[in-house]
Design a protein around this ligand. Structure first.
Ligand SMILES: [Mg+2]
Length: 235
C-alpha cells in the first residue's frame, strides 16, 4: 500500500487533464460528519416505511448498505421504494457545518482541464455542499446517483456510464475518493487514483470494510490533506 503523502508528485500528474472527485468525506473532511445526519434520516425513513423500531431499522439499513452498496439500492430491490422520496428525505440536512474553503477552491480552480463530481448522493446535495464550501463554480458537471440509474459506486457500469456520457479520456484522468473500493474501477480504466483518509486516522471509527488494506494495489496515492495534495498540480 502506498505511503501517506501530503503533496502530489507533480510529474506523475503531468498528463492529467480530467479531475474526478467524490463528494462526501472527500471534498470536505470526514470530521465534519455530514453523513451522521444523512445516516439518521435514512434510519428514520426505513423505520417509518417498514414500521420498525429504530434499532431494527438501523440493522436493516446497514445490511442493505453492505449487500447493495447503498441503503437505497436495497430498499429499491427488496421494498420497491421510490428513490426520489428516499433521496429527498435522506438529504434533508443542515449544511451549516460546511464552511467556505478558499484554499481548496483555488487549488481546484488551478488544476488544468475539466473537473467533475461523481457522487452516490444527489445533484441537489452535491450543489448545496459544494456551494457551502465555495467551490461549486469550479466543476463542469456533477454525475449523481440518479444519472447512474441508482446503481452506486463501486459498480463498474456506473463509471462506464459517467465516462461515456462526459467523454472522459481515462488515460488522462485522476479520481479522488475516501472509500478504497470505489477506486478499483477507476484504476482498471487507467485513471490515477488518490485515497483521501481522515486526519488522525486512529481516532476515527471507520467500518473495517471501508478501510484500505495491503491488497489495495489499485490505490496510487494516499493523503489526508486534499488541498495540500492538489496545490503542486496547478496548470
Ligand atoms: Mg465519499
Amino acid at each position: 500500500m502506498p505511503q501517506l503523502i501530503s503533496s502530489a508528485p507533480a510529474d506523475e500528474f503531468a498528463h492529467v487533464h480530467e479531475w474526478v472527485f467524490d463528494l462526501d468525506n472527500t471534498l470536505y473532511p470526514h470530521h465534519v460528519n455530514l453523513f451522521a445526519q444523512i445516516d439518521k434520516n435514512m434510519t428514520a425513513f426505513v423505520a417509518d416505511l417498514l414500521q420498525m423500531e429504530p434499532d431494527e431499522a438501523r440493522a436493516l439499513q446497514k445490511r442493505y448498505y453492505h449487500e447493495h452498496g447503498t441503503t437505497l439500492r436495497g430498499l429499491m430491490v427488496h421494498n420497491g421504494v421510490d428513490p426520489n422520496a428516499f433521496l429527498e428525505k435522506a438529504h434533508a440536512i443542515d449544511y451549516a457545518a460546511l464552511l467556505p474553503h478558499p484554499e481548496l477552491g483555488d487549488a481546484i480552480k488551478a488544476l488544468p482541464g475539466r473537473k467533475f463530481i461523481l457522487t452516490n448522493g444527489t445533484v441537489a446535495h452535491a450543489e448545496k455542499a459544494a456551494r457551502a464550501l465555495g467551490i461549486l463554480d469550479h466543476f463542469e458537471d456533477i454525475f449523481d446517483i440518479v444519472a447512474a440509474d441508482y446503481l452506486p459506486k463501486p459498480a463498474g457500469e456506473t463509471y462506464d456510464k459517467f465516462v461515456s456520457l462526459k467523454g472522459i479520456n481515462t488515460a488522462h484522468a485522476a479520481m479522488f475518493e475516501d472509500l478504497p473500493r470505489n477506486l478499483v474501477a477507476p484504476k482498471a480504466l487507467g485513471m490515477k487514483t488518490v485515497l483521501i483518509v481522515p486526519r488522525n486516522l486512529g481516532d476515527v471509527v471507520i467500518e473495517r470494510w471501508e478501510k484500505a488494506t495491503d491488497e489495495d494495489a489499485h490505490i496510487d496515492y494516499i493523503t489526508d490533506d486534499l488541498t495540500a495534495f492538489l496545490q503542486p498540480l496547478k496548470g
